[in-house]
Design a protein around this ligand. Structure first.
Ligand SMILES: [Fe+2]
Length: 213
């Protein structure tokens, strides 16, 4: 897989931030850092590749404010830059169990793009990098790491209430899959992934960070 160097990725994120300013850039940095930290603990994962994939997963937001469309926008962005293999992460990070109906954002892309994503997922075999970015996306809020369950609730409260989408079985299956992915990485590492990420307990429970005393 062809991977861009870190300097280029940082330029893309900076350009994206000026075009569509928002917390997505800081969130992307947190996802990249978590992916790097976790990948370092696993023999067959490359920490630099994991870092770049985490940094780049939401690069579709560079195209402007969007909901589910940010997946295909990111895919197209990387494909146009010559990183077609890497582009998959912009789609796969949103679909842990490949069910397009489990997503709660608005499908603000064209019908053809929707069909493309659906077929892409059908034909795509996930590897540990896809699973790692799905995991890291789900423990990184806009500015901090938290326990996964807190992030899942946060997303539902923001999107489901805004879009008036009822919680259904596909969403619960998606949550279950996220929890399974976390268990999988805990098992591979031999302990909780939270033990390597800064301040998860403080951030999750609103405690004062003992390091800041
Ligand atoms: Fe994300």
């Amino acid at each position: 897989m062809k991977i861009p160097n870190i300097d280029l990725v940082k330029i893309w994120l900076k350009e994206g931030d000026s075009r569509n300013p928002g917390p997505w850039v800081k969130h992307s940095e947190l996802v990249g850092n978590a992916a790097k930290i976790i990948a370092k603990k696993i023999d067959n994962l490359d920490e630099n590749k994991a870092y770049i994939m985490g940094l780049i997963h939401d690069i579709g937001r560079t195209a402007g404010i969007a909901e589910e469309r940010h997946t295909i926008d990111g895919y197209n962005f990387l494909k146009e830059k010559g990183y077609e293999d890497l582009a998959r992460i912009c789609i796969t990070h949103c679909f842990p169990n490949k069910n397009i109906k489990a997503n709660i954002g608005i499908w603000d892309c064209s019908e053809n793009e929707y069909k493309f994503i659906k077929n892409f997922l059908l034909n795509c075999e996930y590897d540990d990098y896809d699973r790692l970015i799905q995991l890291c996306d789900c423990i990184a809020m806009e500015d901090k790491y938290v326990m996964m369950e807190k992030r899942l609730i946060d997303v539902v409260l923001r999107y489901n209430l805004k879009n008036q989408v009822p919680i259904g079985i596909p969403l619960l299956e998606k949550w279950k899959k996220y929890l399974e992915i976390k268990d999988y990485f805990d098992m591979v590492i031999g302990t909780s992934i939270y033990s390597f990420l800064p301040n998860v307990i403080e951030n999750t429970f609103g405690l004062v960070n003992s390091n800041s005393k």
